[in-house]
Write a protein that binds this ligand. Structure first.
Ligand code: 4AD
Ligand code: MG
Length: 465
């Protein structure tokens, strides 16, 4: 017989029908009347399924008393309407097979509430907790909703390389990829520097910080593409919103300007909120109760809300009026800090804000230069609590302007010859953005730390598992 998911059993009304269910024991309670009430969960839903095991089972005396939280069982039984409050159905077991016992003396999850810090040390077991099961289901919803959103708009799913020789953000925060023996590096006699022609790729290579530059090449042929893959940043930021390895979604659209880009970003965010509301109401209720009060209603409101759009210059003017609130004083030309982003979204606009046209000196080389000579056509979308969720821009499509900017920044133009070719052969206005996937999962779950919304977080001094 095929196994039925707990989720489907819970939704079924086929009383009296025999089925097979399997899962991990959450709780067990024995009655004096010779019945054991065993709650199991198989990950398919937030809710558990109650199995009633009668003492007529052949292994009742020998095995059922040894079923502690974490044990894995398979049950053949009939679905029955439950007389108890809080659940519609239950399974009356005819056969119970223990797949794996779980020793309560050793099982780290059997001890009541455990801190998220401690759970990070047992990241291989934490998906069995209510919280992490719910986080994972929301994460899955956001991934599928991403594909659905872009596919429905005619975007092609594009896979950017993970290993590259270019620095997409020009910020130098890259992990180097090498097969050279670090204890015995080959040195070029003439220059006295490491001879990378001896390295695996015959040149210096690194893990990508962003798939954007490569995505641009495909957008400038296929029109609209999006990446969805891991990206790596060797920035030494020990915060609740930075990871060394995070997933990014980067759409890139040809024949588009900054306003088209912002429209797309805002539609995409609303679609993501709506998907979680549609697919994960139970998980959201849990987060609402146990993690962040009001999150369910917040998402509901955001799924329908318009975003405020302001220029960077306006944002700084507003922040300056509240200068006493900040550690880092707002001034035209500074990069907005987390405290500024939160103040704009939480205190001034009470919702998402898209900030546009940043000073060119604090933004990446590829952003389109505005006519004022001071700013570039960049945008950041800010959300309450997490701050920057999206960074994007219209790209500089004018060869002379782009080359001039790269030279000004001391970049090696030869490494980017292919990127510059896009501006030589049929150049078009184009734009795109990157959404930090884990920041989005964090926002939709209310989880406080980004390390708790990715299965195995990588951060400075932390790469266990
Ligand atoms: O603003 P960023 O650096 O933009 C880019 O990488 C562009 N190439 C995107 C593009 O235009 N195609 O990063 C984009 C987003 C940020 O807004 C943030 O949400 C997330 O990626 N992000 C991080 N998330 C987790 N950990 C980190 N260390 C992150 N750095 C950026
Ligand atoms: Mg950014």
């Amino acid at each position: 017989m095929k196994k039925t998911f707990v989720k489907d059993a819970l939704a079924s009304t086929q009383y009296g029908v025999e089925m097979v269910v399997a899962g991990w024991v959450k709780t067990r309670r024995d009655s004096k009347a010779g019945l054991s009430f065993i709650e199991i969960n198989d990950g398919s839903s937030f809710a558990n399924l109650q199995v009633i095991a009668p003492n007529t089972l052949s292994n009742y005396a020998s095995e059922v008393p040894r079923l502690h939280p974490g044990a894995a069982i398979q049950v053949v039984g009939t679905l029955e309407k439950s007389p108890a409050a809080g659940q519609a159905v239950e399974i009356h077991a005819k056969e119970l097979i223990v797949l794996g016992f779980c020793d309560p003396m050793q099982y780290p999850l059997d001890k009541g509430r455990i801190s998220f810090d401690r759970l990070r040390e047992i990241a291989h077991l934490r998906p069995r907790t209510n919280t992490f099961g719910a986080v994972m289901r929301v994460r899955n919803t956001l991934a599928m909703a991403t594909h659905q959103f872009f596919q429905s708009r005619g975007f092609y799913y594009f896979n950017a390389p993970e290993i590259t020789a270019s620095d997409a953000e020009g910020a130098g925060q890259m992990f180097q990829v090498t097969t050279l023996n670090l204890d015995k590096l080959p040195i070029d006699k003439e220059t006295g520097k490491v001879d990378y022609s001896k390295d695996f790729f015959g040149r210096k290579a690194n893990l990508t910080v962003s798939g954007q530059l490569e995505a641009e090449t495909y957008a400038c042929a296929l029109g609209s593409v999006y990446t969805f893959g891991p990206t790596f940043r060797a920035e030494n930021s020990n915060t609740t919103r930075h990871l060394s390895e995070f997933w990014m979604i980067e759409p890139e659209i040809a024949f588009a300007d900054l306003n088209d880009d912002a429209d797309l970003a805002e539609d995409y965010l609303r679609a993501l909120f709506q998907a979680v509301l549609d697919k994960n109401p139970d998980d959201l209720d849990f987060f609402d109760k146990r993690v962040e009060k009001g999150i369910h209603a917040d998402l509901q409101r955001l799924a329908e809300s318009a975003f405020t759009r302001i220029s960077y210059t306006e944002a700084v003017e507003l922040l300056k009026k509240h200068a006493d609130k900040f550690e880092y004083k707002p001034e035209w030309g500074i990069d907005l800090q987390s405290e500024h982003e939160r103040y704009l979204t939480e205190e001034i606009f009470h919702g998402p804000v898209t900030v546009m046209n940043y000073p060119k000196d604090i933004k990446a080389f590829y952003m389109r230069q505005n006519d004022d000579g001071k700013t570039v056509a960049a945008m950041d979308v800010l959300l309450p609590k997490v701050g920057e969720i999206i960074g994007g821009s219209q790209r500089e499509e004018r060869l002379d302007r782009l080359e001039a900017r790269m030279k000004e920044l001391g970049m090696d133009l030869d490494t980017y010859w292919w990127y510059l070719d896009l501006r030589r052969f049929g150049t078009v206005p184009h734009a795109g953005f990157g959404l930090g996937f884990e920041r989005m999962v964090r926002f939709c779950t209310g989880m406080g730390n980004i390390r708790d919304v990715i299965p195995f977080p990588r951060a400075p001094l932390s790469a266990e598992f």
